[in-house]
Each structure stands twice: as structure tokens, then as C-alpha cells.
Design a protein around this ligand. Structure first.
Ligand code: XMP
Length: 366
């Protein structure tokens, strides 16, 4: 038997976004000349943002707003197949302002939309495959033999590439791509337990924060010479443009946002007003509230009898429209791109130089 007893001799050091800083590079362009286009499957996104498939973030209204402004909305799956299909159709029927250069469209000129699926539910994937532009695996951890077998069935039954995830390690990405075939993977969605409403890591002690998960995926894809072919979607805990920029410098080219889009006018969910300020509920898909519907409980591992919640409910202020949020994120992102000496998102990972700093002193009054 192998000797057990050296598990903690050289544990990995995982960094939080707050501990990282980018060093300035020779700036060659003004933010106005910088481009933020990225490729995702057959789609070209003008803004590298996806709204999370969560029932307090993305239904048709949000998906229309996000696609109209250059990103992609991913419809949640905590609903019946018919309801999800109806939401996808609603996006497809939405009038797309033909003068809007930001809008992301399908080949027929209609707004693009993604749909959250479970690799364990071929029926839903098949029902949505025709109309949705992107099928996005929506399970807490896809590094799971049943999920991988399910994903193979989904790919076969739909004849489509899928976004696989969530993943958090180099080994997980290598294994998944080997099993599914690179040609069947539209993107990898990375990060586990780092979302603002996540308690997976608190409950289980297991997780892969986005900076680490992104770097691990980039390593795996580089080894396979696929970094330019399969994009990485950083997902969970991205609250500031800085977090998005760091993820791109570590190898991602798209950011999936739950909390930031939940704060927009177009998100679904109960609203309230307090002292003249507007708020709404935002909850994790593994929270007791989301689980009540029982339609997406296979996002998490099955337990017999007692449900183990892996998410919480919170209240967030409404901060404006999705258009306003995207515009702000893009403007700030272009500033980072400029300062580090890159010209576009792809170049960020080529030129980025990180340093580690101790956590910032809290500003007075905060
Ligand atoms: P943010 O930080 O943007 O994160 O709010 C959104 C992402 O969190 C994931 N997600 C969960 N993770 N328990 C979890 O551990 C949950 O209940 C839960 N709900 C969503 C998901 O990847 C989402 O995009």
C-alpha cells in the first residue's frame, strides 16, 4: 500500500481576485481603438458576456437585452421543456433593430440565444437544439462519469457541439475533451463554488475558484493545441470588471455573470422597494428556493432522502438596464486592455503579467 501522510507537504496556492494585480505593459492603442469581439461556436459576440442560466437571472426578456447589446443570454432550465422552448422562441421573435451593430444574431438575422441543459436529460436538449444557438451544460460538476456519458448522448442526439461544464481542473478538461472529442465541445465553462450565491465549497469543502479553474483549463487546452479553438467561459464570483479582465488574462475569453445581470431591470424574480430604492431576489440554483420546483435538481449530486442545499438566497439592488451594465463593463474592460498593452481580448493572455499583493486595505468608511 502507498504511504499516506504527505498530503499537505506542497498544497496548491489558490489566489482570490483581490490578491492579484496586473502590471502595466506598453500601451499601443487608445481604448477607442480596442476591440472586444470573441467567437463562441458559430456566433460572434461583440461583448464577451453571458448571462447565467438561473431562474432569477435569465428568461426571454434578459436574453433579448443581452443579445441586443452584444452578449448572449442563456435561458435557465428550472422550468418545463415547453416553457424553456417558449422562451427561446420569444427571443427569436423579438424585433432586432437592424441598425444596432452590437446585436448578436443568428444566420437568419434573429437575435441569438443560448439554453441551459442537463447532460442527463437528452429530451430537453433535443427539444431546444433546433432553435437555440448554443446548448450549455448546466451542472455543478461535469467531471462525473454519468454526466460525461450523458453528454455523449446529447451530442449524438442533437448533432450539435455543446458547452461543457462546470469544470475546475486541468485533468477534468483533458479527460472531458478526450471522452467527447474536441470537435463536439463548443466551449468549456469553468469555476466551481465561487459564485456569489454558492455554498458548494462551504458545504462540501470542494471547489475550484475561477482564477485557478481558468488557468487549469488554459493549461489543458494549450497542451492539446486547442486554446484558439475552444473558448473558456469564466463563471462564478465575477463582480467587478477587474475580475473579468483577470480571467481573460488567465486564458478565458468570455465571462458568465449571474449577480451582475440579476441587478438589471430585465431579470426575472420578485421585486421590492425599501426607502425608495428598488431591490430584487437573487438565489442560487442549489438553494432551497430554486429546488422547490424540482426541475433542475439534477444540477447537483443526488442524495437519498434529505436535499443538501448548495446555494443561498439574497437581495440585490436594481442598478439599471442590461444595456447600461454591458456598456460600463465594456468601457472598463477596454481600459484594462489598453493599460496592459493588448489590443483585443485574445492578446490579453499573451501580454499579461501578474503580481500578487496582500489584500487591499479597506477604504475609510467601507
Ligand atoms: P455569480 O457570482 O455571478 O455566480 O452570482 C453565478 C454562477 O454561480 C453558479 N451557481 C451556483 N453555484 N450553488 C453553487 O455552488 C448554487 O446554488 C448556484 N447557482 C448558480 C453558476 O455557475 C452561475 O453561473
Amino acid at each position: 500500500m502507498d504511504i499516506i501522510g504527505h498530503r499537505l507537504d506542497s498544497p496548491r496556492r489558490l489566489y482570490a481576485f483581490e490578491e492579484l494585480i496586473l502590471l502595466p505593459g506598453l500601451a499601443r492603442m487608445s481604448p477607442r481603438e480596442i476591440t472586444t469581439e470573441v467567437q463562441l461556436g458559430d456566433l460572434t459576440l461583440n461583448a464577451p458576456f453571458l448571462s447565467s442560466p438561473m431562474d432569477t437571472v435569465t428568461e426571454a426578456k434578459m436574453a433579448i437585452a443581452v443579445a441586443s447589446n452584444g452578449g448572449l443570454g442563456v435561458i435557465h432550465r428550472n422550468c418545463t421543456v415547453e416553457e424553456a422552448a417558449a422562451m427561446v422562441r420569444e427571443v427569436k421573435k423579438a424585433p432586432a433593430d437592424s441598425g444596432n451593430k452590437m446585436a448578436v444574431r443568428d444566420r437568419k438575422g434573429r437575435l441569438a440565444v443560448g439554453a441551459g441543459i442537463s447532460p442527463l436529460d437528452t429530451e430537453r436538449a433535443v427539444a431546444l437544439a433546433e432553435e437555440a444557438d448554443l446548448l450549455v451544460s448546466d451542472v455543478a460538476s461535469s467531471y462525473n462519469v454519468k454526466v460525461i456519458e450523458g453528454a455523449k448522448k446529447v451530442i449524438k442526439a442533437t448533432g450539435k457541439k455543446i458547452v461543457i461544464g462546470n469544470l475546475g481542473t486541468r485533468q477534468g478538461v483533458l479527460h472531458t475533451i478526450k471522452e467527447l472529442g474536441a470537435e463536439n465541445v463548443a466551449a468549456v465553462r469553468v469555476g466551481m463554488g465561487s459564485g456569489s450565491i454558492c455554498t458548494t465549497t462551504d458545504v462540501s469543502g470542494v471547489g475550484s475558484p475561477v482564477p485557478f479553474a481558468t488557468e487549469q483549463a488554459a493549461l489543458a487546452l494549450s497542451e492539446l493545441h486547442l486554446l484558439d479553438k475552444i473558448p473558456i467561459i469564466a463563471d462564478g464570483g465575477l463582480r467587478h470588471t477587474r475580475d473579468i479582465a483577470f480571467s481573460f488574462c488567465l486564458g478565458a475569453s468570455l465571462a458568465m455573470l449571474g449577480n451582475l445581470f440579476a441587478r438589471c431591470d430585465e431579470s426575472p424574480g420578485e421585486r421590492m422597494t425599501k426607502d425608495g430604492k428598488r431591490y430584487k431576489v437573487y438565489w442560487g440554483m442549489g438553494s432551497a428556493e430554486a429546488r422547490k420546483k424540482r426541475l433542475a435538481v439534477d444540477r447537483y449530486q443526488e442524495t437519498k432522502g434529505k436535499d443538501v442545499n448548495e446555494g443561498i438566497k439574497m437581495t440585490v439592488p436594481i442598478e439599471g438596464t442590461a444595456a447600461e451594465v454591458i456598456e460600463r463593463l465594456l468601457a472598463e474592460l477596454k481600459i484594462t486592455i489598453g493599460y496592459i498593452g493588448a489590443r483585443n481580448i485574445k492578446e490579453m493572455r499573451e501580454v499579461a503579467e501578474f503580481a500578487v499583493r496582500t489584500a487591499k486595505e479597506p477604504k475609510e468608511g467601507s
